[in-house]
Write a protein that binds this ligand. Structure first.
Ligand code: SF4
Length: 473
């Protein structure tokens, strides 16, 4: 049994990363079995679930919506906030009940939570009906773990090992229009509030030619958009022998001529001029950057270990605005970090006023066991934090709407992703700047980039109609 260990997870060794091909061994023992998969958290987890589905599909298993009838139940968990943790443990109550009725059901817990030491201890002592606990590093082994769990074989197993980079993964992607492409795994930044460097391990970049090969294959399959994924995309390449950085990767991917390229998430600390220039230079790199600031107070930024000041962030922000035509910038903000005073919070409001972000994901600080911030003194009552969040959201939503209103009566390119759930006469999609638009257009436009005239603007979405004559690309 290989149980995660927080102290070990913090270490960053010089041990070279191994690059391996995914090798799935076929066995028909699971063919025809039904699986239920539930995914929590970020795009990284959604994409990991596409890998899980690819493996189960390869073994002849079939997805099912009804957990009660499943032969295999898999939860792909998230560790970023307390409520995600609570939701998973809430769900386990239902699963325990199913296991009582049908002990042959295999239950597997994966994702970031399963890489947390205290969670695995809790599972071993209080939830022994879970058969497999696997990490984010060893998803490619899931097929073997499941086969080991069949009746008469091993019972509970915990797998948590530092990761290699696995190539040629057989994803079962959720969309035929947009695709996620991993470029770098893990994080070495160790922001004091964040559990990711412990759960997802050290930064490991994929080789540039492998990423380009994957994007080229996606383009051949007709994909319109790729999103390059990493906890910290602009750290890409620093661990490779080849002398490449994120800007080189952006250029190489742009040259595949896939219609749209996005990337997420960027750290302000690593964002170079060369990256800004690459985004500005290629029409198929979308003018949209998610650039988390987290706080506008230098004192709090320091406590968070973010490695930039408010002024440095502002300079970077201005540079992006000046050099990338029509760029939209969104951010993440944490309120109520331990020790945040009213004056610290006002510095956050101040940067929101000066940057006028296109949008922001805002959160109340959530302590993650084992991180330095969880041990910091936190005297601010929850009600005060909630009030700060309310004040912040009011300003964030104001600027979000203001930026959306700037598009009124303008024509913008929109990649149509599907039919509107509320109104069958409408489809929905995203502008190049990542704004959601509901469009009066036939469903034949799904999967196409069309010119849309914006007719209405709200805080979180736009309305539009097809610009006649319809231009489709
Ligand atoms: S950069 Fe900071 S917040 Fe982002 S994943 Fe790494 S440690 Fe967490």
């Amino acid at each position: 049994m290989n149980v995660p260990n927080l102290k070990e997870a913090r270490k960053r060794s010089d041990k070279p990363v191994l690059y391996k091909e995914e090798q799935l061994l076929y066995s028909n023992e699971l063919a025809g079995k039904k699986y239920f998969l539930r995914t929590y958290g970020c795009q990284m987890n959604e994409h990991d679930s596409e890998e899980i589905k690819g493996i189960l599909d390869f073994l002849g298993m079939e997805p099912i919506e009804d957990m009660e009838s499943a032969d295999v139940i898999i939860l792909n968990t998230c560790a970023i906030r307390e409520n995600a943790h609570d939701k998973v443990f809430g769900y386990l109550g239902r699963i325990k009940h199913i296991k009582k009725e049908r002990p042959e059901v295999i239950v597997a817990l994966g994702g970031c939570m399963s890489q947390e030491e205290h969670i695995v201890e809790e599972i071993l002592t209080r939830h022994p009906y879970i058969n497999i606990v696997f990490g984010t590093h060893n998803i490619h082994e899931l097929g073997n773990y499941l086969l080991n769990c069949l009746p008469g074989k091993q019972d509970i197993e915990v797998y948590s090992i530092e990761g290699d980079v696995i190539e040629n993964v057989r994803y079962k992607r959720d969309s035929k229009i947009t695709a996620w492409v991993n470029i770098i795994y893990g994080c070495d930044k160790f922001c004091t509030y964040c559990i990711v460097p412990y759960t997802r391990g050290k930064e490991r970049s994929r080789k540039l030619d492998q990423i380009v090969k994957e994007v080229e294959a996606l383009k051949q399959e007709g994909y319109q958009e790729v999103t390059l994924l990493g906890q910290n995309v602009n750290a890409y390449g620093h661990d490779l022998d080849e002398n490449v950085e994120f800007a080189d990767l952006l250029e190489a991917v742009a040259k595949t001529n896939i219609p749209r390229i996005r990337f997420v998430t960027s750290h302000p600390w690593n964002f170079t001029d060369k990256m800004i220039d690459a985004i500005a230079k290629y029409d198929n790199i979308m003018p949209y950057i998610h650039l988390p600031i987290q706080s506008g107070s230098d004192r709090i930024l320091k406590l968070m270990g973010r490695r930039y000041t408010k002024e440095e962030y502002k300079e970077l922000y201005q540079k992006m605005k000046e050099r990338i035509p029509n760029v939209a910038i969104t951010t993440d903000i944490i309120v109520g970090f331990p020790g945040e005073t009213e004056s610290d919070f006002e510095s956050t409001l101040d940067i929101v006023e000066s940057c006028q972000f296109d949008g922001a994901f805002t959160f109340i600080f959530s302590p993650r066991e084992g991180t330095p911030a969880a041990k910091m003194q936190d005297d601010t009552p929850l009600e005060e934090k909630e009030e700060r969040l309310r004040r912040l959201n009011e300003r964030v939503n104001y600027y979000s709407r203001l930026n959306n209103e700037k598009l009124l009566e303008h024509t913008v390119p929109v990649l149509i992703l599907g039919q509107s759930e509320k109104d069958a006469s409408k489809v929905y999609g995203y502008t190049d700047t990542m704004k959601l638009v509901n469009v009066e257009a036939p469903k034949e436009t799904i999967g196409k980039i069309i010119d849309v005239l914006i007719t209405d603007a709200k805080s979180f979405s736009l309305d539009g109609k097809v610009k006649e004559p319809m231009k489709v690309s």
